[in-house]
Write a protein of this length. Structure first.
Length: 368
């Protein structure tokens, strides 16, 4: 199966979008969309915007990518106030007709536990997860009939987590901070139908020990959370057919530079006003957010400015990169088609139809 590593950003939300009961006609339309997305002679993609409607003085574009034409985007960046759910997080999805498949950027969640009998804040999961795999298992349990059926290799994400962990100064022998990442295949039920999803998480973990100094046993406190929760889901048996769509979304995901600057300013301000007693913990969290907000999607893509390396990566992923009228000047599209086109409405088409020559579009050339 093709490697997919998905995006980093509690979960009482199921991976499949909530909505009304689907009619037989809607289910048929969704199944047809699933087949069209992963196979056939033509695939059409349209730009998708992920907005922050209320984070700053006015609505701002947070990120952009591409989704199949006919899919419905919904949601955006949300802001929360809590102990484990504080600040901005993604709550965005794009679903196929009949909800046959979807791309989900899910809200993050956090956890806390201690041996002192102190209460856990209401918005925190009462747990001391030591790995991203444990957090993925918790997420699966929030879905009807949900269970992890396999842990998949996510080398780029693991490498990023290890790099971030190596940059944390753990000079205090009584505390430890580290990062982890995983990609899990989950099966669950939605509206009576079996679904499967590939869910990726990047997590941070903190473990603190308070010595008893002979007056009692040592006490421990654990805390952590997700910096990213992303899911690619589809009706069971059709997930592989949607891989070109999912790969295209990841390959073309771009954080808006202006929004990234505003978020960096906000995080710096928050760091400056935190109480000294929580400074070390907060700085570790903020450092993780700063590292992932600007580079996480590049990590998943395994991007490299070297053209030869990029060609190798595209070949592994089954993608081709073309010069296009986009903010980055490029678009990555599923390979295996004879031609790629950008339409006047901003959408993209890859096709094997040798007679496809639209008046309202232009043929794209390889970027390298």
């Amino acid at each position: 199966m093709r490697r997919i590593a998905v995006m980093l950003l509690s979960l009482s939300v199921a991976i499949a979008a909530c909505g009304p009961e689907r009619s037989d006609a809607a289910q048929t339309a969704g199944q047809s969309s699933a087949l069209a997305a992963g196979s056939g002679s033509q695939l059409r993609l349209q730009p998708a915007k992920i907005m922050d409607p209320s984070g700053f003085e006015q609505p701002m574009l947070a990120a952009s990518s591409v989704i199949p034409a006919g899919w419905t985007p919904q949601g955006g960046v949300i802001w929360r106030q809590g102990d484990c759910t504080m600040g901005a997080t993604s709550n965005w999805q794009a679903t196929a007709p009949g909800e046959a498949a979807g791309i989900f950027l899910m809200p993050g969640f956090g956890w806390r536990a201690n041996t002192m009998g102190m209460p856990v804040p209401q918005d925190c999961v009462a747990a001391a997860y030591q790995s991203a795999d444990e957090a993925a298992a918790h997420l699966a349990r929030q879905m009807p009939g949900g269970r992890v059926v396999a842990i998949q290799a996510a080398p780029e994400m693991k490498q990023a987590a290890q790099m971030m962990s190596s940059q944390i100064y753990n000079g205090d022998p009584n505390s430890r901070t580290w990062f982890d990442a995983t990609s899990a295949r989950i099966e669950y039920t939605y509206q009576g139908a079996p679904y499967e999803a590939i869910v990726s998480l990047m997590t941070f973990h903190m473990l603190m020990t308070m010595p008893g100094y002979g007056f009692g046993p040592d006490s421990q406190a654990a805390a952590g959370g997700t910096m990213l929760v992303t899911a690619f889901a589809a009706r069971k048996g059709t997930l592989e057919q949607h891989m070109p769509v999912f790969d295209a979304f990841v390959a073309n995901y771009r954080e808006d530079p202006a929004y990234a600057r505003r978020m960096a300013q906000h995080q710096a301000k928050m760091s400056g006003i935190m109480m000294e007693g929580s400074r070390k913990r907060h700085e570790a969290i903020m450092e993780g957010y700063r590292a992932t907000s600007s580079s996480s999607i590049d990590i998943w893509r395994g991007s490299n400015d070297d053209a030869i390396r990029r060609k190798e990566i595209d070949a592994i992923r089954g993608e081709d990169t073309f010069s296009a009228d986009t903010p980055s000047g490029e678009i990555s599209l599923p390979s295996g088609y004879s031609s790629a086109w950008q339409m006047n409405d901003g959408s993209f088409v890859v096709t094997d139809d040798q007679f496809f020559d639209p008046m309202d579009g232009k043929r794209l050339s390889p970027a390298y």
